[in-house]
Design a protein around this ligand. Structure first.
Ligand code: SAH
Ligand code: SF4
Ligand code: F3S
Length: 449
């Protein structure tokens, strides 16, 4: 048995990919997961290059494991993910002790790459884009708990001017409908009750329908079909793009109760001028119209988003518009970032007069406003009954269980010991009794029959 240690950076696509790396190596190499890099025979870094800071971390961490290799020459060090995809062979040039470099689309070839490294004694680099082959070559995913992620599309064809993703992950490619449904049915048969459909622009899914490659369906069709799988109770998806929130997808919220009333819909900015410079493809009015129509069919819809502050040329007035949009919509959480120039993207050549201090001040202000909104929503949940999917024993108290609400909040609640184990992986109703900064507390609803 070999021991595998994986360090993951970046988005949920990378989290998903890391789990798949463990799956393919488990089949090919007979591996178990190691808790610490010191114990491992194979160390993999699944990297992110979306912002400069994330990219720098990789070389910093690589420098540290280099020392481990001196003591253990057989140790395999691999770099995957988006930095690998962008840098390719230059990673081996900069860090010659790296054994394998692979991209998000070639991770299924890991066992072969490692074997070739051992045979040839030379580092192996494969960051090509063999498209959908990845999914066909993968063993069935391991199931842990009642909630699972399913990748339905890869890549991005939107080319926002600041973003590396289309270059690191390639153009959008969707998995065929039947493949996705077969995977989810398999998961459900093994106890999964909630799926999160994953994609860089998941609602841009346009997969083949039936045997005919030429015939494709849209994301609304995918949702409808997934919704029909009996015993599947909750459907989430991330990340969605406002331009792909078609009337059909909005209508799905009216018709499909298994779709959660929570949506992550990145807007990036509340200024039309900035949105145009980012090439996002929508105006503030169009974004608001999407939200209005969604809330017309789902009044309780909770929305989270992504924001970039300090885009080249952004002014105080632009930033104020973003804050005004936040006040108007009311977001339940957000990932927000100071703009980071990425080599190879169009915006990297734009004049960037926004000072670093300004960016950080704006970022802090924005995050504060969003946190206040999320906290207000948590407070408003106190006293309500929420359906939660029980994930396991609470982190801080073994007499309690924890689970997640529809709008993705962690709820800790006391559970009587004879029933505790039985409730894990089940849905239960709890009354929310208190809202803490990062979680809620609840009491199981006891029904009188
Ligand atoms: N496809 C998704 C987001 C993928 S990247 C979408 O378009 O909504 C995740 C987030 O990282 C983005 O939403 C954006 O807010 C942020 N991001 C991407 N490139 C960035 C950059 N160069 N500087 C700062 N933040 C960036
Ligand atoms: Fe990047 Fe834009 Fe694609 Fe999102 S839609 S991944 S921000 S290029
Ligand atoms: Fe990062 Fe790649 Fe995801 S750049 S955010 S890991 S798609």
């Amino acid at each position: 048995m070999k021991k595998l240690y994986i360090r993951t950076f970046g988005c949920q696509m990378n989290e998903y990919d890391s789990a798949r790396m463990a799956d393919v190596l488990g089949v090919g190499e007979e591996v178990v997961r190691a808790e610490r890099p010191e114990d491992a025979d194979i160390i993999l870094f699944n990297t992110c290059s979306v912002r400069e800071k994330a990219q720098e971390r990789v070389f910093h961490d690589l420098g540290r494991v280099r020392l481990l290799k001196r003591e253990k020459p057989e140790l395999i060090i691999g770099v995957g993910g988006c930095v690998a995809s962008q840098e390719g062979a230059s990673i081996v040039k900069r860090a010659p002790y790296v054994d394998v470099v692979f991209g998000p689309q070639t991770l299924h070839r890991l066992p072969q790459l490692i074997a070739r490294r051992r045979e040839s004694g030379r580092p192996q680099v494969d960051v090509s884009f063999p498209e959908i082959e990845k999914f066909d070559a993968m063993p069935p995913a391991r199931v842990e708990g009642a909630s699972a992620f399913v990748s339905v599309m890869e890549g991005c064809s939107k080319y926002c001017t600041y973003c590396v993703v289309p270059y690191t992950r390639g153009e959008e490619i969707s998995r065929p409908l039947d493949d996705v449904l077969a995977e989810i049915s398999g998961l459900v048969a093994r106890g999964v009750k909630e799926v999160t459909l994953l994609g860089q622009n998941v609602n841009a899914w346009r997969g083949a329908v039936g045997g005919d490659e030429a015939e494709t369906g849209d994301f609304a069709l995918l949702l409808e079909c997934v919704h029909e799988i009996p015993a599947l109770e909750r459907i989430r998806y991330t990340t969605s793009h406002p331009c792909e929130m078609t009337p059909r997808v909005i209508d799905a919220y009216a018709r499909l109760p298994k779709l959660v009333s929570q949506l992550h819909l990145p807007v990036q900015s509340g200024s039309d001028r900035v949105l145009a410079a980012m090439k996002r493809g929508y105006t503030v009015l169009e974004f608001k119209s999407v939200v209005r129509r969604l809330r017309a069919v789902r009044p309780d819809l909770s929305l989270s988003s992504d924001f970039i502050v300090g885009f080249p040329g952004e002014t105080e007035a632009d930033f104020d518009k973003t804050m005004a949009l936040i006040d108007e919509i009311g977001f339940d959480g957000a990932f927000s970032f100071a703009y980071s120039a990425r080599p190879g993207t169009p915006a990297a050549d734009y004049d960037d007069p926004v000072g670093a201090d300004t960016k950080l001040a704006w970022l802090a202000g924005l995050q504060q406003r969003i946190d206040a909104q999320a906290q207000a929503l948590s407070q408003a949940m106190v006293g309500t009954v929420q359906r939660i999917l029980v994930e396991g024993v609470a982190k801080k108290n073994v007499d309690e269980l924890c689970g997640r609400t529809d709008n993705n909040r962690v709820v800790n609640f006391p559970a009587p010991s004879p029933h505790r184990e039985r409730l894990i992986g089940q849905f239960v109703d709890v009354t929310i009794s208190a809202a803490l900064p990062h979680s809620l507390r609840g009491e199981i609803v006891v029904r009188a029959f």
